[in-house]
Each structure stands twice: as structure tokens, then as C-alpha cells.
Design a protein around this ligand. Structure first.
Ligand SMILES: Nc1nc2c(ncn2[C@@H]2O[C@H](COP(=O)(O)OP(=O)(O)OP(=O)(O)O)[C@@H](O)[C@H]2O)c(=O)[nH]1
Ligand SMILES: [Mg+2]
Length: 390
């Protein structure tokens, strides 16, 4: 799974990236600090079945500590987008191509009101403008790609087929393309859509295929609450997660240098080393902030996006349904994210095509019960795939 972090410059995208992935990257109080994309791995957390089963797992594709499974997610952070990036302003929008295969986007907006749409210092700036501008530029970006291929597509009898070829690598499926074309009553063959039609198509296909959430960042700042409230009123259908990437980053760094003990997502931490007055004040501010806000919001953002917005569930494939192990004796080695509604054969496909092709049935390892290939999987289910494949 790949999640793209986008937004106007100076909103805290790289701070959020660093807070999620623990990678050190350039962060600064001016626009266009990031030029080349930052790529890293963050983790969503889920309760590991090891506690309930009274066994100790041996996580392989993920991590596990004290009954909390940490499942890796690829994260990418890119340069800031500005208005008219599609016309070459700022860093342009070519770098968005690095995000084409994202499963979802986090749009970072600044609720401190201290930066404008271009990332320059401002007073009482409205984060709604950050969001609006980014959405427009995303639509322009996709429209530009479609427009570039319009001549070639105009020769095709089937617009959906031609478009899915153009959009290979965008993780946009043909069914969604067909639905979008139907919904907008666009021509379906030998297409020659005009600019408005291309734009409408791009707008709707992004809405359907690329879930978007807003990270209302810098929520540690004065006046942030009223800006978040006003954002929520105007964007009732977009999930908005308030967060302070800066505090999360400061806490994980303090934890790494053994000043404090902090588990990402928690709403408190322990101070383990005596600190000077200045550091004590900073820690007290952060403690107050996370207990009032139930955490920094960064962990809730990633977990919320993956489990509530993308509706992923976690399943554990095993070879031995009695010992819950793989062939090498590793207990619950792999935690796999699948879309809610996925079936046992969908899981087999993720593991290996041959396993799926020759699949006979599956076994629910908890209940020791046979389940069919088409059975819909449940969250936290432990599954053995039985296949004639060697
Ligand atoms: N108060 C506060 N400041 C933050 C927060 N997150 C980031 N900042 C500050 O905002 C400024 C910009 O942060 P970056 O992470 O470099 O922003 P960016 O969006 O990656 O910027 P570009 O790469 O230039 O587009 C830095 O001074 C950060 O310290 C936050 O949660 N709270
Ligand atoms: Mg940056």
C-alpha cells in the first residue's frame, strides 16, 4: 500500500512524513524545502491475535510489540504544490507522477493560519484555500495527462479500454472508468472530449478512485480550533484529522534519545532522564497537548485512513492451522492488509497466483472449520489456504 502526502509548500508535509516514518528529512520554515520526493515506511497498528490465543508470535512481514502488530505502509512526501503548478508555477506538477500509484492521498493543510497558499508567512490564512488549490491542481494534473493522449484515444472504439491503458500505473480500474463515463454521459467510442469534459472526468475519477483525507496540521497553534471547525463545516464529506506533526516528531526524537519513553499514538509519556528547565517546559507543553487531544493525531490519522477510510482489514495466513505457523514454525508470521469484503481466494491471490489457481478451499484456523474460496474474510481472521499447488 502506498500513501502520498501532498499539499501547498510549508504546511508540514515533510514533518508529517518524518513523524510517520522516523526518517530524517529536510524541514524548514520556508517554501520548497523538499524538491526530490522522500520515500519511507510508516506503520499502522492492530491488535495481534497472540494475546487472545496465549501464544507468542514471530512476526515476519510486520513488527509486533506487546500484542500490538505494526503493519508497514509505504509513504511518499513530495514538493509543495502551488496554484497554477499545472502551468509550470513553483515546482510545477510533474513530481505528482511519483504519486500516481498511491492508494490514497493525505492533503496537509496548515490550521495555524500562518502560511498562505504559496507557503509564505501570512496572518489568519484560511486552510480551506490550501485544500481547494491542491484539489484543483490534482484535477489539472490528471486532465493534462488525459489531454496529452486524446489523439491516440480518439482512434479507439472503446474509451474505457483506451483510458485504462493511458491510466496504467494510476491504480484506477476499468470499472471505475466505465462508471465515470456513464455518470457523466460522455462519448464512449472514438472520443474527442473537450477541456470541460476531460476536467469533469478527472474530477470524478479522482473522487471515486483516490480516497483523500485532510491532515489539519499545526493544530498546536493558537486559533487552530476555530479554523478546523470552519473547515469541517465547509467540507462535511472529507475526513479531517487534526494533528501536530511537529509534536509527534519531537516526541519520537526524545524517545530515540532516551529522554522520554513514548509509544506513538499514546496520550502520555514518561520522562526517564532529568532535563533542564527549558526542556522541562517544552515537555510539559507537549504532555498537556497530547493528554487534551488524546495524542498528537498522527497515529490516528494513519490508522484512520487505512482502517476507516480505505476499509482495510488484517488477516493472518498460516500453513499449520493447529499451531498457527508457517512452514518454518513461525507463529502468525504475516499480517496482511486486504480490503473489507475480500474473499479467501483474494487472499490466496495476494500470496501467490499458483496457490490461488489451484486453491481447493480454506480453513478458519480459530474455528478449525472449512470455508469456501468465496467466503468473505473477517478482520483478524487466521486462515489456512488449502491448494493443490506445490
Ligand atoms: N507549530 C507547528 N509547526 C509545524 C508543524 N509541522 C510542521 N511545522 C513547521 O512548519 C514548517 C514547514 O515544515 P515542513 O515539514 O518543511 O513543510 P513542507 O510542507 O514539507 O514544506 P515544503 O517541502 O517546502 O513544501 C517548519 O518550520 C516546521 O517546523 C506542527 O505540527 N506545528
Ligand atoms: Mg517538505
Amino acid at each position: 500500500m502506498l500513501i502520498g502526502i501532498i499539499g501547498a509548500p510549508n504546511k508540514g508535509k515533510s514533518t508529517l512524513f518524518s513523524a510517520i516514518t522516523s526518517n530524517n528529512v529536510d524541514i524548514a520554515d520556508y517554501p520548497f524545502t523538499t524538491i526530490d520526493p522522500n520515500r519511507g515506511i510508516g506503520y499502522v497498528t492492530h491488535k495481534c491475535p497472540e494475546i487472545e490465543l496465549g501464544i507468542k508470535c514471530k512476526a515476519r512481514n510486520s513488527l509486533c510489540s506487546n500484542g500490538t502488530r505494526k503493519i508497514p505502509i509505504n509513504i511518499i512526501d513530495v514538493a509543495g504544490l502551488v496554484e497554477n503548478a499545472h502551468a509550470g508555477k513553483g515546482m510545477g506538477n510533474q513530481f505528482l507522477n511519483d504519486l500516481s500509484s498511491s492508494d490514497a492521498y493525505i492533503i496537509v493543510v496548515d490550521v495555524s493560519g500562518k502560511t498562505d497558499m504559496n507557503g509564505n508567512a501570512a496572518i489568519n490564512a484560511d486552510p480551506f484555500n490550501d485544500y481547494n488549490m491542491v484539489m484543483n491542481e490534482l484535477i489539472e494534473w490528471l486532465s493534462g495527462i488525459i489531454k496529452k493522449h486524446m489523439r491516440v484515444m480518439s482512434r479507439s472504439e472503446n474509451a474505457a479500454v483506451a483510458l485504462s491503458e493511458v491510466l496504467t500505473g494510476f491504480k484506477i480500474n476499468k470499472k471505475n472508468i466505465e462508471d465515470t463515463i456513464n455518470e457523466l454521459s460522455l462519448t464512449k467510442s472514438k472520443i474527442n472530449w473537450n477541456d470541460d469534459e476531460i476536467k469533469n472526468f478527472s474530477k470524478l475519477i479522482i473522487k471515486i478512485s483516490k480516497p483523500i483525507v485532510i491532515a489539519a496540521n499545526k493544530c498546536d497553534s493558537e486559533g487552530a480550533d476555530k479554523r478546523i471547525e470552519s473547515l469541517r463545516e465547509r467540507l462535511p464529506n472529507i475526513p479531517i484529522f487534526e494533528c501536530s506533526a511537529a509534536i509527534e516528531l519531537a516526541l519520537i526524537k526524545a524517545d530515540a534519545s532516551k529522554l522520554i519513553e513514548y509509544i506513538p499514538g499514546n496520550s502520555n509519556f514518561n520522562i526517564i532522564e532529568s532535563v533542564n528547565f527549558e526542556k522541562m517546559n517544552a515537555l510539559a507543553f507537549m504532555q498537556k497537548f497530547i493528554s487534551r487531544n488524546n495524542g498528537t493525531g498522527v497515529h490516528a490519522l494513519l490508522n484512520g485512513l487505512v482502517f476507516n477510510v480505505l476499509k482495510e482489514i488484517v488477516v493472518y495466513p498460516v500453513e499449520d492451522e493447529n499451531k498457527f505457523t508457517d512452514n518454518f514454525g513461525n507463529v502468525l508470521p504475516d499480517a496482511i492488509l486486504v480490503k473489507n469484503g475480500s474473499t479467501a481466494i483474494d487472499l490466496a491471490r495476494i500470496i501467490h497466483t499458483e496457490l490461488a489457481n489451484k486453491m481447493l478451499y480454506a480453513i478458519d484456523a480459530r474455528k478449525k472449520m472449512r470455508i469456501s474460496k468465496e467466503q468473505i474474510l473477517q478482520d483478524n481472521q487466521i486462515v489456512k489456504i488449502v491448494s493443490a499447488a506445490k
